[in-house]
Design a protein around this ligand. Structure first.
Ligand code: ADP
Length: 482
């Protein structure tokens, strides 16, 4: 791996401002999903090291919380700049451990950095309120204070951004944080810790621990010192963590699975809809929680959309994300490939047919050809489960009420998309979709300035925007008699 700054590939954890190995000395190897080459080793830490990180975060809290928002903001700003200055290296680490094309990885570094910049500013705007007294001698005020020690457990599909959109609001608000990154993508997380250290973020304020997910997770959840857990990952694990946090009544933010509908109405701009579907479906090889999972096309444009979409998908280039022109990297592991294959086979046996792709690529077993299926219906697995891969199922519909009913017929409620031009239809559909986020005539909705999050089994809370920092604040009401 060619890094400009070799010291960004770190094979130790960052706890209490120190680079440390596991007490047992145990490590685990991380392999590149595109080439199966070794990227490096990281420590396998457990309960003891996690407790040490919690104690360090608790010790660092009073001083960090006592800084002015502006003082914290200056350090975060430096962290933001360091991410941008090291974009090439961070992207290289990310592509090597996660597989996404280098251009996408660079895009993620900018996106990850944007949360730090945003919350460095928002931290200065944590306003309270005054309330007119209920009695003549009473003066009522509301202040907001950091929740304290916090923890984050993050996934592999966005190895940098899923960390910064939790850590930046936490640190800006005056909280300290321990991050457990996904086992597949520890190196991006550890490089972020190195940059946090270089930015002058004090020891214990931000720690990164790798290793045994269950032991680390249990210790974080059970600790009465940790006052908040923010998790991004699958719904079953989110539910488990919430139950584990119940005895200590932690605040929780959960960003879980999705099953995004993408609807194309007869009056849509078809070229724009194809462009939106390409981004919403195939970004990160279909491995994002806001990826279009079910594409509903109204019968008047079904053939036209299918044809143009197929042309665009045939132009995608599968390969090693480091290679020039590659748009679609490998899937993260063989379980991911198995799920795509299972959804494909199930749909084929129930009457769907392949328009483009339809098999693993000859490049290797983790590469799956970008695929379109037509004549898909609601009896198929793809209608119900999140595929999390480069498989686009096309459903045909006639009636608006019916498509809204189908779109909402899922336990999930993260993102939804639709394309159409009739203004009253746009309002009706936007309001009727039971989702936390709706993209109208666009397939790309994520930005640090807007609230990202879901309803139903897609989670709790919002990340990004002015609302994102609220998740790391407690409200205190002060009633003063004069
Ligand atoms: P995925 O299947 O996409 O990897 P997961 O929900 O399993 O999604 O993983 C998301 C994050 O949750 C990862 O950091 C993973 O290590 C962590 N995780 C998985 N199981 C547990 C657990 N039992 N306790 C704590 N963290 C867990």
């Amino acid at each position: 791996m060619l890094l400009n700054d070799k010291s960004l590939l770190i094979e130790q954890c960052y706890i209490n401002g120190q680079w440390t190995s596991a007490q047992s000395g145990e490590t685990v190897a991380i392999y590149n999903p595109a080439t199966a080459e070794l990227v490096g080793h990281v420590p396998v830490m457990g309960a003891q090291e996690t407790q040490h990180a919690i104690d360090a975060a608790n010790k660092a809290l009073p001083q960090w919380r006592a800084l002015t928002a502006k003082e914290r903001s200056e350090k975060l700003r430096r962290w933001f700049e360091l991410l941008l200055e090291n974009t090439d290296d961070l992207a290289m680490l990310m592509t090597c451990e996660q597989g996404k094309p280098l251009a996408e990885a660079k895009g993620e570094v900018a996106y990850a950095a944007s949360f730090i910049e945003w919350f460095a500013e928002e931290g200065k705007r944590i306003y309270g309120e005054t309330i007119p007294g209920h009695q003549a001698d009473k003066r009522l005020t509301v202040i907001k204070q950091p929740v304290g020690v916090t923890a984050a457990i993050t996934p592999w599909n966005f190895p940098a951004a899923m960390i910064t959109r939790k850590a930046a609001p936490a640190l800006a608000a005056g909280c300290t944080m321990i991050v457990k990154p996904a086992p597949q993508t520890p190196f991006t997380a550890l490089a972020l810790a190195e940059l946090a250290q270089r930015a002058g973020i004090p020891a214990g304020v931000f720690s990164v621990i790798t290793g045994d997910a269950v032991a680390i997770g249990n210790t974080l959840c059970e600790s009465p010192i940790v006052r908040k857990l923010s998790f991004t990952g699958s719904t079953p694990i989110g539910i488990k963590l919430m139950a584990q946090c119940a005895p200590t009544l932690k605040k929780m933010s959960l960003e879980l699975g999705g099953n995004a509908p993408f609807i194309v109405f007869n009056d849509a701009d078809i070229d724009a809809a194809v462009e939106g579907a390409m981004i919403a479906k195939y970004r990160n090889a279909g491995q994002t929680c806001v990826c279009a999972n079910r594409i509903y096309v109204q019968s008047g444009v079904y053939e036209a959309f299918t044809e143009k979409f197929a042309k665009a998908v045939s132009r995608l280039k599968v390969g090693n994300g480091l290679d020039e022109g590659v748009t679609t990297g490998p899937l993260i592991n063989s379980a991911a490939v198995d799920k795509v294959t299972k959804h494909l086979q199930d749909a084929l046996t129930k009457g769907a047919s392949v328009v483009v792709g339809g098999k693993t690529s000859e490049l290797g077993e983790l590469f799956f050809e970008p695929t379109i299926l037509r004549d898909v219906n609601k009896t198929m697995l793809v209608a119900k489960e999140e595929t999390f891969g480069p498989l686009a199922p096309l459903f045909k519909f006639d009636d608006v009420e019916d498509v809204i009913q189908q779109a909402n017929d899922t336990e999930f409620g993260l993102a939804a998309y639709f394309y159409g031009r009739d203004i009253s239809l746009i309002y009706q559909v936007s309001e009727a979709l039971e989702y936390g986020m709706v993209g109208v005539n666009t397939g790309l909705i994520s930005t640090e300035v807007a609230p990202f999050g879901g309803i139903k089994s897609s989670g709790l809370g919002r990340e990004g925007s002015k609302f994102g920092i609220e998740e790391y604040l407690e409200m205190k009401y002060i009633c003063m008699a004069i």
